[in-house]
Design a protein around this ligand. Sequence first.
Ligand SMILES: [Zn+2]
Length: 378
Amino acid sequence: MTAAPTRDLIHRAPKVLLHDHLDGGLRPTTVFDLAAAAGHRLPVDGRARTPMGLALWFRDSADSGSLPRYLETFEHTVAVMQTADGLHRVARECVLDLADDGVIYAEVRYAPELHLTGGLTLPEIIETVNAGFRAGEDEAAALGQRIRVRTILTAMRHADHARQIAELAVQYRDDEVAGFDIAGAEAGHRPSRHLAAFEYLRRENAHFVIHAGEAYGLPSIWEAIQLCGCDRLGHGVRIVDDLTFDGAPVMTRLDDALAEPSRVEFGRLAAYVRDRRIPLEMCPHSNVQTGAAESIATHPITLLKALRFRVTLNTDNRLMSATSMTQEMGALVRECGWTMADLQWVTINAMKSAFLPFDERLALIDHVIKPGYAALGA
Ligand SMILES: [Zn+2]
């Protein structure tokens, strides 16, 4: 379990994915097909007008360092997800692609309020996506790939639908809707603006995650945990701002901190997050694209693993980041020295952190993940 695993081994390893956006993971061919059907104009022309050209446009726009260009990519995916056919196809293909990547359990999120322009109601949108997920699960099972995909309903943090979406998350909780999330530009949109929605969810014993500590630092993480009461942090990568080494910001002494993690000093918030085992949904490639991290090699995830935070590994937007769970794991193996034991650890962390009943989490850990890794290590 300590040798560097090959790409084939990583691909075959069981994976758990908690942070993946439905509108960030479309197949380029599907974007073309659905755009043609909807009469939606795509940003590529000439020789780039191929699925490969479109895939490159998405990745390059996300890589550009320009927030407007990054956000523009979602205008095109969301535009082709306004009909029942479009939503069902995207959801079904999402499951098939994740199953093909070795994912055995996923919580996929999307914002129903962004899919209203074709005339569907919010319940119709939720039921259509759920039906697409069930169809994908059945098709994957027929191919011998067992996967379960649940939904997280997202509300946009700059809008005013949080309470309504939270109520829908509770209404559909027995229909594979696992929880609630808020997403969107962090700066200027404090999570506590949506306190009424979070208080409602807590009264209903429902689970939620908040995108925090990605673009914006410790105050955003503190607010998400201590004012809003979230179960998990979407990203949370900036928690390293509360860690020091010899009194210096830990990221300026990364090599020393990795060599001697026991000498890293904790601020009160970082200590709280680690003590309470609050899961961090880390998305390395996405963080590098948005500037929340400088590179995979220096991404805080490896230090946070050494410090035994409840680290989980995720894709965020597979299309925009041209990534998959196999790619994320492979990059950490190549650039940060992660081993098969590390990949099993991060996978079990994710399963422990899933919005799924305790006995079902345990069953997947004991009967799927551990035997799966043992078989690969043998
Ligand atoms: Zn996200």
